[in-house]
Design a protein around this ligand. Structure first.
Ligand SMILES: [Zn+2]
Ligand SMILES: [Zn+2]
Length: 444
């Protein structure tokens, strides 16, 4: 059985979701969909057109692959193309959606979707991934990545390669967050081992910004359409127990990186738990993201900051200067790591160790803690692992209150008579690049 959909897309269709419905018969065993569109890149256009498919069966999400290069879908009880979920093919109405991220003039673009359904018996065994385990290590500081991709979306490597990268970089945990799908998470869970904890999530890759849902195994609606706002989508994610992180908010946006810059007016930062202020290697977009985060704190939002490499394939040599999260967790489990991050018990670093402590009125607080006091606050910062030329900064409500060479001593203190609402500390390289930043200590 074969069904064909043809159509044209123009620049005016950008940021739409175009649906085509077809009927799955009762005895179907294999679904095969091909999607051709032309031109892939208009002549003289500076960027390729970016259109991809999502698939829904009568009960819900069956997959999506945010990858321009390959939009072929094969689905049965025993196989699934990357991005998709294997399993029975329930009878009834299925929907294939064209998600239109970018169309560059001159338009139009023509497309053909071919749906082939067969009822030949499948003899292969259903796909199954037994869950891997990571031995308990107890309370401690754990270092890891909260953002990465595989070929289940636009990554250039498979799930096993991604986990191996965590081992190669001596990370305690890695988190797989493919674009708009959770299809690789059963496999990544199966690869958790004593040397690296694997965690899961999904990157909501919308037309107006990206957000990470961390700790989830379910698919989350990412499309702000049919009356749903980003705030509604964020609420659904938070209600499910996942951590909601605004990703790379000041990244370059349309048309270079379509949808990469955060533009949701109702989520500035709204109900978000966290902001990814350090995405990949440190650059001016991260600097702007960090400044936006400080601004949000000054507006009274109590948010934490995270880092993520956003790794998509075998790292070039430079990735070692990307920022990682160093987290004080009760144990090396996904729940404990995310719980500690939610509380701000973490700092971001490409190398140096950094710890900040605040004292007042006989009380003591570390990053993530709230110090309740009217008395002067004494801040102490200790660090290690810095290089020649690095400097440390104590920052109060976004302003540097003390700064010094990081190689002279490994500790500074400052006493503040009029307590501010929050303090962080940064370590910067000689060229100004961030090397480490602590989550805030709060004062009330
Ligand atoms: Zn992103
Ligand atoms: Zn990403």
């Amino acid at each position: 059985m074969q069904i064909t959909f043809d159509g044209e897309l123009t620049v005016a269709d950008m940021k739409k979701h175009i649906e085509h419905q077809f009927e799955m018969p009762t005895d179907a065993t294999l679904l095969h969909i091909t999607f051709d569109h032309s031109p892939q890149r208009a002549e003289d256009a500076p960027y390729a057109n970016q259109v991809s498919l999502s698939l829904f069966d009568p009960t819900g999400f069956r997959g999506a692959r945010h990858n321009n290069a390959d939009q072929t879908i094969r689905l049965s009880i025993a196989e699934a193309s990357p991005g998709y979920l294997s399993g029975e093919l329930p009878a009834g109405q299925w929907t294939v959606v064209i998600d239109i991220h970018r169309i560059m003039p001159p338009d139009p673009l023509t497309y053909t979707i071919q749906v082939k359904i067969s009822n030949d018996p499948i003899t292969d065994e259903p796909l199954h991934f037994p869950k891997g385990t990571t031995a308990s290590r107890g309370k401690g500081w754990y270092r890891g990545d909260l953002h990465g991709h595989t070929h289940h979306s636009d990554g250039r490597w498979d799930v096993a390669d991604f986990v191996q990268y965590g081992r190669d970089y001596n990370l305690d945990f890695v988190t797989l967050t493919d674009h708009n799908t959770m299809s690789p998470l059963a496999e990544v869970d199966s690869l958790s081992s004593d040397d690296v904890l694997t965690m899961g999530g999904m990157e909501l890759t919308t037309y107006y910004g990206h957000a990470l849902a961390l700790g989830t195994r379910q698919w989350h609606e990412w499309r702000t359409h049919q009356g749903k706002t980003m705030r509604d989508l964020a609420q659904d994610i938070i209600d499910s127990g996942a951590l909601y992180v605004i990703a790379h908010p000041r990244s370059l946006g349309d048309p270079q990186c379509t949808g990469c810059r955060w533009e949701f007016d109702d989520m500035m930062p709204g109900i978000a738990h966290a902001v990814e202020v350090w995405n990949g290697l440190w650059d001016s977009y991260n600097q702007e993201g960090l400044e936006l985060y400080y601004e949000w704190l000054n507006q009274g939002h109590k948010l934490v900051m995270t880092a993520g490499t956003d790794i998509h394939g075998q790292p070039p040599t430079g990735v070692k200067s990307a920022g990682f999260n160093i987290v004080l967790a009760d144990d090396l489990t996904e729940a404990d790591i995310l719980n500690a991050i939610r509380q701000g018990k973490s700092y971001l670093s490409s190398g140096p160790d950094i710890k900040s402590i605040a004292f007042s009125d006989g009380k003591q607080a570390m990053m993530g803690d709230t110090l309740t006091t009217n008395a002067p606050v004494k801040l102490m910062l200790v660090w290690d692992g810095t290089d020649e030329g690095d400097n440390v900064r104590l920052i109060s409500e976004g302003q540097i209150i003390q700064e010094q060479d990081a190689t002279q001593s490994k500790r500074i203190t400052a006493t503040i008579d009029e307590p501010a609402k929050w303090y962080v500390a940064e370590i910067r390289a000689e060229n100004g690049d961030l090397k480490a930043v602590t989550n805030p200590i709060w004062v009330e």
